[in-house]
Design a binder for this molecule. Structure first.
Ligand code: GTP
Length: 429
């Protein structure tokens, strides 16, 4: 496994060849004809999502600029041209960026679509009498009602961009556990190859307990979205992320860290409840680590960003081989469920009819009554106790043959004239 500070770590991933395939693909230069890859950035408040989006945005801009400069006669290019060469002469175009955080006061990048242009978060709070989190949630819900239009806009630009980047609200649960977050994620993921970039504040995750809770959260998002997933250890300029990679790879190393951590034993020297819980949880997470990629980046210095994009390209492969078939299976399951529900309601209807027909007098009553109109009194009112017929003024009714241009078949009259006996129905022209 690659153990460079910022290297992409494909932790025994099921599609282990994906990186190699992606590179080979990149070398072929066929990306331009592909659909853009959507990157959904999710992370705890303050993990550095917006700074990360700003960094990858400026990275892609600089690649496309340097490409333009190199294409011009005498164009010198920049130091990042080397990175580009390393990526296999891939063509780069600036990304399409969506900001979904209605409460952010200052964005370090320019978003192509900004939720704040559509919904005024402060106004939502005032009008609906909500607190900050409720305000963000409602603003996102309101925005989601228009998301089909947003998707149209993105799809219109799909031929011109390689990446669609989504920045999500600071309060992670507002996006990950809300209906609107799920709708947006599903809508994007069913239109474009999609990857979730889970941003982690590395310096704040260096204690085993916080590391574990962060990983559990990441795990829950992975199993909820079922999308390709990249763990992005951010702020590596402050704290290198090797410790995290070691804990993820080597179960015993994590156990050791747990044992030596301050909260491992209580006053009597016994392992604390928390410690035992984390020991068993780490076994569960071992499975989770096998299926995801991890990369260390610094949104400040830009270190690790090329490796992040390699992981993204590898995820494109994963999306096609794992997520798309699963999406198709989910669709089939949904359709089968609807079919089954329809058949069940039809079966129930037939059963009810069967029961009704067994009731005394039902068959006699369930007959066509040719004297249907004879029930009316002189004033046109129904004489039956159960007045079940709709009373309409026939003078006001339009002649149906006029209304339907001769295509109308008056079944009542046809039936009346046939006296309820077998008859040949007139066929529409
Ligand atoms: N040292 C260092 N600081 C960083 C890095 N990335 C982000 N930060 C800082 O972390 C803080 C939070 O960054 P944001 O980008 O606002 O984080 P966020 O996740 O978007 O925050 P919310 O939207 O409030 O959840 C800011 O002070 C950033 O300057 C990094 O790579 N290195």
């Amino acid at each position: 496994m690659d153990t460079t500070t910022t290297g992409t770590q494909s932790l025994a991933h099921p599609t282990a060849n994906a990186n190699a395939n992606a590179d080979a693909d990149a070398a072929s230069g066929s990306e331009t004809s592909k659909k853009p890859m959507a990157i959904i950035t999710i992370g705890m408040a303050g993990a550095g999502k917006s700074t990360f989006v700003q960094r990858i945005n400026s990275y892609l801009h600089s690649l496309s600029d340097s490409q333009g400069a190199a294409a011009e006669p005498g164009g010198g290019g920049s130091s990042e041209t080397n990175e580009e060469e390393a990526e296999g002469q891939k063509t780069h175009r600036p990304p399409y960026v969506l900001n979904l955080d209605p409460a952010v006061t200052r964005l370090p990048y320019e978003a192509n679509i900004d939720i704040r242009d559509t919904v005024n978060y402060a106004e939502v709070m005032k009008q609906y009498n909500l607190g900050p989190n409720g305000g963000i949630m409602t603003a996102l819900n309101l925005f989601t009602t228009k998301f089909d239009q947003v998707l149209d806009l993105v799809e219109k630009r799909a031929d011109e961009v390689d990446y669609v980047i989504l920045d999500t609200p600071g309060q992670i649960e507002i996006f990950t556990w809300s209906a609107s977050g799920a709708i947006i994620t599903d809508a994007i993921a069913s239109s474009f190859p999609t990857v979730v970039a889970y941003i982690i504040d590395t310096p704040r995750t260096n204690a085993p307990a916080t590391f574990m809770s962060n990983m559990l959260y990441a795990c829950s998002i992975l199993y909820k979205t079922k999308l390709p997933f990249i763990l992005v250890f951010n702020k590596t300029d402050v704290q290198p992320h090797e410790f995290a990679l070691e804990w993820m790879e080597d179960f015993e190393a994590f156990q050791e860290a747990l044992a030596t951590h301050g909260t491992a034993r209580d006053a009597e020297g016994e392992p604390t409840y928390m410690n035992s819980l984390m020991n068993s949880m780490s076994l569960v997470l071992d499975e989770f680590y096998k299926g995801i990629k991890a990369v260390g980046v610094s949104s400040f210095t830009g270190a690790g960003i090329p490796e992040f994009f390699k992981a993204v390209e590898a995820s494109r492969e994963e999306y096609t081989t794992l997520y798309l078939p699963e999406l198709a299976r989910a669709k089939q399951r949904r359709e089968a469920k609807v079919r089954e529900a329809k058949e069940e309601s039809m079966r129930r209807l037939m059963r009810d009819l069967e029961v009704d027909r067994k009731k005394p007098g039902f068959v006699e009553r369930d007959k066509w009554d040719p004297n249907y109109h004879d029930d009316e009194g002189e004033d046109g009112e129904m004489e039956d106790e159960e007045d079940t017929h709709v009373n309409v003024d026939e003078d006001e009714l339009m002649d149906p043959r006029e209304a339907f241009g001769g295509q109308y078949i008056d079944l009542t009259r046809a039936q009346r004239s046939a006296g309820g006996a077998d008859m040949n129905w007139p066929r529409p022209v």
